[in-house]
Ligand binder design. Sequence first.
Ligand code: GLU
Length: 489
Amino acid sequence: MRARFAPSPTGYLHVGGARTALYNYLAVRATGGEFILRSDDTDTERSSGEFQNDILDGMRWLGLEWDEGIEKGGPHSPYRQSERLARYQEVARSLLDLGKAYLCFATAAELDEMRDVAKAEGRPPGYDGRYRDYDSEQARKRLDGGEDAVIRLKVPRPGETVFEDLVRGEVRFNHDHVEDFIILRSNQTPTYHLASSVDDVDFGITHVIRGEDLLSSTPKHILIGEALEAAPIAYAHLSLLMGPDGKKLSKRHGDTSLRAYREAGYLSEAMTNYLALLGWSFGEDSDIFTLEEAVARFSLDAVQPNAAIFDNDKLEWMNGVYIRAMSDDEFADRVAPLITAEYGELNELQHVRLRMILPHVKERAKLLNEVPGQVGFLMTDDIDYDRGSWDKVMTAPEAKMAVEDGLERLSNLDRWDAESIEGELRAMLEHLQLNGRKGLQPIRVAISGSTISPPLFESMEALGQAETVVRTSRALDLLLESGANLGDS
Ligand code: GLU
């Protein structure tokens, strides 16, 4: 099996493109063969090196190593369409010489008119074939005289192209709906149909696995392959991705580039796992699997033709599963760069606090990027109270009682670990007849600045007794002095 991923570097790698790349990778690795990465960069105006690099980075991040192609090289180099223009021109001309394609001189005005006529007659719009049987001598002469001409493929008529899509089953296209399409433009650049089909033939591609948006191009590609007398290629068209609202995944659903997910703190393993499930299932037993495990079970036959929903909530949940599966050390290593990016190089005290709290953060985190914010109260001894948190919790009548009583107990505690802290604070709740929410939230705000923090007792243990007491008494002072309002500071 030889399959290719052929992105156009005209934008960042999108999650839909990443899913196509992944399915190509899985199909090849499951059967044995080569996975080829080609660049469809004939649109020089919209293509850029930045997008090309983003695509390569994204694939590497997901673990989708390719065997041949961009940056790897291989027996069919170059793998960039912009470097193969002469080859496409050569093929177009040879099809012309063989009478399988023809020169067409129709002007833009003529084409517009054809569209209007077709519309008026209720036919699908398309080229009417007016140069199909044009005298070839005459055509040569006009070309040599400097007239502009395109080359069109002579689609067999009447006729039909039928193929067995590996995902969708039998697909039929009556040639009444396939115009004699352009393969080479008058400026000698190939159309996508020509460049893609010639590459697939030249690179010995056996399977084309791509998005359903390209299904209507497939009869054209098959016809070019037949005109070249090439071995038939198997096609598999993957359903498009939808947002949870059932509409085609697009900008309206937010930034759907792979890099946006990467930057938001998703793990590549979770992303790969999730993408694999968009149209395929691992089995009844599990939704969580490694890339190697997916390879062992994957088959194109089992890919579903119906639309797949890209659901951020499920992806986020899955990311949390992967985070919890990490060892504490691995988690600490992975968040370390994010934490130093936020707070600079850490001192010994910060290291000690982090080491204590991270295992508890890990148990609850969904995204790596939320971690620096969650541990911020441990990285500084000068915390800011979040005003919303303060107003919500500290203005309640019980707050002062809880902070005052808590402070007294915490100052006198002679063992400083989460369990002892918990014992003492539960005794405080009992004593004051308060429930956990009423009695402990004020303490949480006092030590962390916010109603949202890692687990309270562990947070206090990591903060240390001295600093806990300092913060709690500062909060109490504020409560006494302002009559519970944080004031304008
Ligand atoms: N370059 C095309 C695209 O990015 C895909 C070509 C193909 O898979 O045939 O849409």
